[in-house]
Design a protein around this ligand. Structure first.
Ligand code: ZN
Length: 239
């Protein structure tokens, strides 16, 4: 492993290793030279504990996931979340359309609606990520610091994992769906803010500014599509 390939989850200092492997199967967790704490205590934790800490937006858990693991499922997770989101939009769209129209039972029409919802969800996600990256790039460039787009995009996509909570919302179909969707959205945005803060080691104000900017841009595009009624007259945005 290259020198400085890892990060201390407590103080964000570079580290060469997370643990040292002695003979006879004896492992010893590396102690950070800067803060004198274990570089990454999560390497001996159960994944469920790590997930709970990540859900609580603990900065140490985010550093562990983003810097000290080889998790590379961000694109798969992204597609899965888009499918969940598209299904929800499509589900609400079907519920909002008047029944009894013979055209409603044409299967390919409904299938086409789903593809439209997927395209819209993908476009809005792309606009959100572009807005966030653009704001961060502008601010960092103004300060003479470059950013690594790939790692930032990976952090944004991974931290959007909260969208999988849409699945139980769909399954149970309870009456509090709009409130539920808003809470999930708030959770995802909070995770996005924390991920940006961790990956850039920047202030919370900057990460919040970037997320709010991306959200505004996404809302603008969403409203523009709603006005134009590209796919349906009763298009109901969920995210
Ligand atoms: Zn440290």
């Amino acid at each position: 492993m290259a020198p400085g390939a890892f990060k201390c989850i407590e103080c964000n200092e570079d580290a060469n290793e997370l643990h040292r492997d002695y003979s006879n199967g004896i492992l010893k967790i590396t102690i950070c030279a800067s803060c004198k704490k274990p570089v990454d205590k999560y390497i001996e934790y159960d994944p469920v504990i790590i997930l709970i800490d990540a859900t609580l937006c603990k900065i140490q858990a985010f550093r562990h996931i983003l810097f000290n693991t080889d998790i590379n499922i961000h694109w798969k997770l992204c597609v899965f979340c888009l499918l969940c989101e598209s299904y929800l939009r499509w589900f609400l769209l079907q519920g909002s359309q008047p029944s009894g129209d013979p055209a409603d039972i044409i299967r390919y029409t409904k299938e086409w609606d789903f593809y439209c919802m997927f395209a819209l969800a993908a476009l809005e996600l792309a606009v959100f990520c572009t807005g966030v990256l653009l704001i961060l790039w502008t601010v960092r460039r103004f300060n003479g610091v470059s950013i690594e787009f790939h790692s930032l995009l990976k952090a944004l996509l991974l931290s959007s994992y909260g969208k999988v909570l849409l699945i139980p919302a769909v399954i149970w179909e309870h009456d509090f769906s709009p409130l539920c969707f808003s809470l999930i959205r708030l959770f995802v945005l909070t995770s996005n803010t924390q991920a940006i803060k961790v990956i850039l080691n920047c202030s919370r104000r900057l990460s919040l500014l970037a997320v709010c900017g991306g959200l505004l841009l996404e809302t603008f595009v969403s409203q523009a599509f709603k006005t134009l009624q590209v796919c349906s007259q009763d298009y109901l945005p969920v995210f």
